[in-house]
Design a protein around this ligand. Structure first.
Ligand code: SF4
Length: 330
């Protein structure tokens, strides 16, 4: 239940604003000028707000499509991302958003059509490159789909560009709009996974791993391309057995023909962000694991990172080709 919804005056009559407000008939609506008045306020406490976040409906003005950071990609020469939402309905303990924003309120930008225009402009500027777009870098791309309808909307753009890839990265078990559509070969439904035992401790409020796997299985059987994202890899007691069980289970559970790619990423936080996150959760066991400063990032020691990545990669090579495996190193 969302108690309060802030609505920018400029989009109060936008059809998508009305569509979203229809879903929250009991919420208190407050009119504002700019979303930043609420979202960027000083001295907010992310942890307290996360218990009862408000929703902010806003009009995005610029920076609709951005270049993805170096080290983020699944085989294309150029990678871009866009976010129709800031923040997430889940509360993963390692999430970088809790160190990036001072507010845990959700912002939804309702002017989806401006994303379409920016995507098309990006395509025109990069006609000779292989491109991948990542939806929802600043949120979970599908978790709030039943409220926003963004994936359903943006797929209409990508349907006309079958050579351009789009990835939706998620921990949700949201099956629509995919169940009711014909599969598109340029769409990758990418699921973040970790052993259930670890997920139970870290992926707060997110669907269980077994529920995610059921959805992966169902959508892959329908013909959708699947990405498996073991990102972040979590170190801990019995990590080898836990990851071996999960990887082997996944490779046996879904048709390997439906598998677009697999990526492995390390647990990493920019130093400043780590400080802020640690302040929010000083007793979190994750932060008492062997983390240290490496190249301006707080992470496991390089040897641990490399051991985990090569272990999982070698296991995967028994099932899939090397060119399907990527390392996420941001
Ligand atoms: S699902 Fe992703 S965006 Fe959402 S809280 Fe977890 S890590 Fe953050």
């Amino acid at each position: 239940m969302i108690e309060t919804i802030y609505v920018e005056e400029a989009i109060k009559n936008h059809p998508r604003t009305k569509f979203i407000l229809e879903k929250f008939k009991k919420s208190r609506i407050i009119s504002i000028n700019k979303y930043g008045e609420i979202f960027n306020k000083r001295n907010q406490n992310f942890r307290i707000q996360k218990a009862n976040p408000s929703l902010i409906l806003a009009n995005k003005k610029d920076s609709f499509v951005l270049s993805a950071p170096e080290g983020f990609g699944i085989g294309s020469s150029k990678n871009f991302y866009f976010s129709h939402m800031y923040n997430c309905i889940y509360d993963c303990r390692y999430c970088f958003l809790q160190g990036m924003y001072s507010s845990a309120n959700y912002v939804i930008f309702v002017n989806f059509e401006d994303f379409d225009i920016a995507i098309k402009k990006t395509l025109e500027k990069n006609v000779n490159s292989k491109l991948t777009f990542f939806s929802g870098y600043d949120c979970d791309s599908l978790a709030f789909e039943n409220v926003t309808g963004f994936a359903k909307h943006i797929l209409t753009v990508f349907r006309t560009y079958p050579q351009i890839e789009i990835e939706f990265r998620t921990k949700s078990v949201q099956k629509e709009p995919f169940l009711s559509m014909k599969p598109m070969q340029n769409v990758i439904l990418a699921y973040s996974l970790m052993p259930e035992l670890m997920s139970k401790a870290l992926d707060n409020k997110a669907p269980s791993i077994s529920k995610r796997i059921n959805v992966i299985s169902e959508l892959s059987a329908r013909g959708w391309k699947i990405g498996l994202r073991f990102d972040p890899l979590i170190h801990g007691k019995n990590w080898k057995e836990l990851y071996q069980d999960l990887l082997e289970y996944m490779y046996n559970k879904i048709s390997l023909d439906s598998l677009h790619s697999v990526s492995f990423g390390s647990l990493r936080f920019p130093k400043r962000m780590y400080k802020d996150i640690f302040k929010l959760y000083p007793n979190e066991p994750l932060f008492s694991s062997p983390l240290s400063l490496n190249n301006k990032m707080i992470s496991y020691d390089i040897e641990i990172e490399e051991e985990m990545t090569s272990y999982c990669k070698n296991l995967s090579l028994k099932y899939i080709n090397e060119n399907q495996i990527f390392k996420c190193s941001i």
